[in-house]
Design a protein around this ligand. Structure first.
Ligand SMILES: Cc1cc2nc3c(=O)[nH]c(=O)nc-3n(C[C@H](O)[C@H](O)[C@H](O)COP(=O)(O)O)c2cc1C
Length: 168
């Protein structure tokens, strides 16, 4: 059975998860998404598709890829800067699954937080100086700190656990 991991990653968090899947299943092909691949999608029995959340959605390349898949088996793994609530992840899941044609089968999904760059923190600090009473900004700053260690060992364990649930 052929299996492939296709992922996108701007700062390495989703790539880290992709590489952990490869480590656990060395026979699985690992590829970062690119335009050629979207034009000519490699044939596979299972697609492990990884993406960060960028402006509330998967990356454009992953969106393009997902929109082109038909009659495939897909496992989706996602890292997002914000988190801490299942509802947030559920909303993202719905949004991403919404672009996948219905002929495909979603075998499972995995979401976890992924650390953000220090520019994000600097921006929050600037905004808090300008708006010292804005509670949302403080929550965002707390969230930034919470995300800092992710994806961590437990995230990786949970990801592999989810993949192991797939009935092949
Ligand atoms: C330009 C940009 C936009 C982002 N937008 C969001 C967002 O809308 N929601 C969110 O939860 N995280 C957002 N993030 C944080 C990333 O989803 C998070 O850090 C993710 O783990 C990055 O994964 P990567 O290292 O694989 O690129 C954004 C990050 C960047 C760089």
């Amino acid at each position: 059975m052929k299996e492939i991991i296709i992922y996108d990653s701007l700062t390495g968090n989703t790539e880290k998860l992709a590489k952990e899947i490869k480590k656990e299943y060395p026979k699985v092909t690992l590829e970062k998404v690119n335009s050629n691949m979207i034009e000519n999608i490699p044939e596979s029995d299972i697609y492990y598709i990884g993406t960060p959340i960028i402006k509330g959605m998967c990356t454009n390349k992953i969106k393009e890829l997902l929109e082109k898949l038909e009659n495939k088996k897909i496992f989706l793994f996602v890292t997002a800067g914000f988190g801490g609530s299942e509802e947030y992840f559920d909303r993202l899941k719905e949004r991403i699954i919404g672009v996948i044609p219905k002929s495909n089968e979603i075998l499972g999904t995995f979401f976890c937080q992924g650390k953000m760059t220090d520019q994000v923190k600097d921006r929050y600090i600037e905004l808090i100086k300008e708006n010292p009473n804005d509670k949302n900004l403080k929550v965002s700053l707390e969230n930034f700190e919470q995300a800092k260690t992710h994806p961590d060992k437990i995230d990786i364990e949970n990801l592999i656990k989810e993949i192991k649930k797939i009935e092949k």
